[in-house]
Design a protein around this ligand. Structure first.
Ligand code: NAD
Length: 475
């Protein structure tokens, strides 16, 4: 678009085109608002790609590689029982990465097409919030700074990996989670700092390709945010797969030398040293707010850089909203950002459609997957709630046997008196798909009896949810 004809005034300007930003921009346009979306994501070659971290260097890349890893592992370990013979299974990592990149490109193009279809003005630029809902635009090609304004601004600039001063990234031996999704070869021996969601997902990928994988986690409790019965089961399954999980292990230094990384960590037994071929730092993420707003804008941030918002995603500035990874309203997960994007767009258009943060599903995309919604057993017990619990092993479903994927359990927690479902926790194949039924049931305030009386197709994995609903008892 020539500068002469460029619009400078909009109903809504969205800063960031990750899942929160692009969903919000599209919904704004669908609701008749004149919308612009500014994004600065560039890949290694300097090419722009819509979709933010989620698409370019997060979830999508991770689940695409995990699928390759599962196939590779299955061909090497599970073919014989099917009576299928194959010889000389090998993996071409470059081709595998190309497949992952093709998926990213296709999905990114879909967002770009959708922007065109919805007549959204998209700019490849750095955007900076100024006073009075003005936005300074610096194009990535440095073709000159310009100014836009809007009645409403939606901040959706996402997050990026936190660097650890004790393990400085060198982009070759000590890498962050983005680089870990672009490795050129399978490391022989790999260590990961942090057994959070990212650490576990990366560990699952590279361990399935045969890398000796060691996770170093400072916390003593494994997956503290998950139901601890499921966390224990996950610990057992991962350990049997060969993942080495060292808990209570705080990394204090990491140095490269002689094509290896020497990692020093402390646990209750003292200080230990590890030598590995690669070290991935997956120690958390921080909101991208560093250059998001000029000082004159007076955007209120907390001491960790999160944007201060109320329950409606409104910042301290009238007409300015923040969504997705920028706020502490919920965890840093793509579907939370998407939901907030839709919510804010509808709010601007005068539709009231609040988000039920209590029913945000969580998923860990490992092999097998972990998924949950609602409250954990330990959380409910700590609150003194009277509860009943039903569990069902996937091992007892015909479908899991047919798929040779019998690891895992489904757990339902309901209120002992009212029978209202309070939490559903799953570890097992396709847990991320199965959890959708539980979210829907809880969204409609279902009881465990409602689930037990709902006819489930047989034989399916979802039958395990039905099985769990039939076994609830107080304990
Ligand atoms: P995290 O905070 O969940 O986990 C990081 C872990 O690193 C922590 O458990 C911490 O104790 C540990 N750690 C930090 N410093 C350490 C040290 N020196 N030695 C040993 N351990 C150390 O962060 P993450 O896994 O990087 O994920 C970031 C965010 O992204 C999270 O909010 C996560 O939920 C989100 N995310 C979600 C998904 C998903 O929903 N599937 C996928 C990717 C990321």
């Amino acid at each position: 678009m020539s500068k002469k004809h460029m619009q400078t005034s909009f109903d809504v300007i969205v800063i960031g085109a990750g899942p929160a930003g692009y969903s919000s921009a599209i919904r704004c346009a669908q609701l008749g608002l004149k919308t612009a979306c500014i994004d600065n994501w560039c890949d290694k070659k300097g090419l722009v790609s819509l979709g933010g971290t989620y698409l370019n260097a997060g979830c999508v890349a991770s689940i695409a590689l995990l699928e390759s890893a599962k196939i590779y592992h299955s061909l090497n370990h599970n073919l014989k029982e099917h009576g299928i013979q194959a010889e000389a299974i090998s993996v071409d990592i470059a081709l595998m990465m190309q497949r992952k990149n093709n998926i990213i490109d296709a999905l990114s193009q879909q967002i770009a097409d959708s922007f065109v279809d919805h007549k959204i003005t998209y700019m490849k630029a750095e955007a900076r919030l100024l006073n009075d809902r003005q936005v300074e635009i610096t194009p990535l090609d440095q073709s000159g700074v310009s100014m836009l304004e809007a009645k409403h601004i939606i901040l959706a600039s996402g997050s990026s990996p936190i660097d650890l001063s004790c393990a400085p990234i060198d982009n070759e031996f000590i890498i962050n989670s983005t680089m870990a999704l672009n490795l050129g070869a399978i490391p022989k021996r790999l260590a990961i700092i942090g057994a959070g969601v990212i650490g576990l997902e990366l560990a699952s990928i590279w361990n399935r390709f045969g890398a000796e994988t060691i996770l170093l986690e400072a916390q003593e409790t494994f997956l503290s945010m998950a139901d601890q019965q499921i966390a224990l089961e996950a610990y057992r399954i991962y350990t049997e797969q060969g993942l080495e999980l060292r808990l209570g292990a705080r990394v204090i230094s990491a140095k490269k030398g002689n094509k290896k990384v020497t990692v020093e960590y402390q646990d209750s037994d003292g200080t230990h040293t590890l030598r590995v071929d690669k070290l991935i730092v997956a120690s958390g993420r921080k909101p991208n707010t560093e250059n998001l707003a000029a000082a004159e804008a007076n955007l209120l941030l907390d001491e960790n850089g999160y944007v201060h918002v109320d329950e409606n995603c409104r910042t301290n500035l009238p007409g300015v909203y923040a969504i997705g990874d920028l706020t502490l309203l919920g965890p840093m997960i793509a579907h939370k950002g998407i939901e907030e994007g839709l919510f804010v767009a509808e709010q601007i258009a005068g539709i009231r459609n609040p988000i039920n943060y209590d029913l945000l599903p969580s998923v860990v995309f490992t092999d097998p997957e972990i998924a949950w919604v609602g409250q954990t057993e330990q959380g409910l017990r700590a609150m003194g709630e009277s509860i009943k619990i039903g569990t069902f092993p996937l091992n007892a479903t015909a479908r899991a046997h047919a798929m040779s994927q019998t690891e895992g359990i489904v757990k339902i927690i309901a209120h002992a008196d009212t029978d209202a479902i309070l939490g559903v926790h799953i570890i097992g194949m396709q847990a991320s798909e199965m959890i959708a039924e539980a979210v829907l049931a809880m969204e409609f305030s279902a009881s465990s009896e409602d689930l037990a009386r709902t006819i489930h197709a047989h034989p399916t994995l979802a039958k395990a949810l039905h099985g769990a609903a039939l076994t609830l008892k107080t304990s």
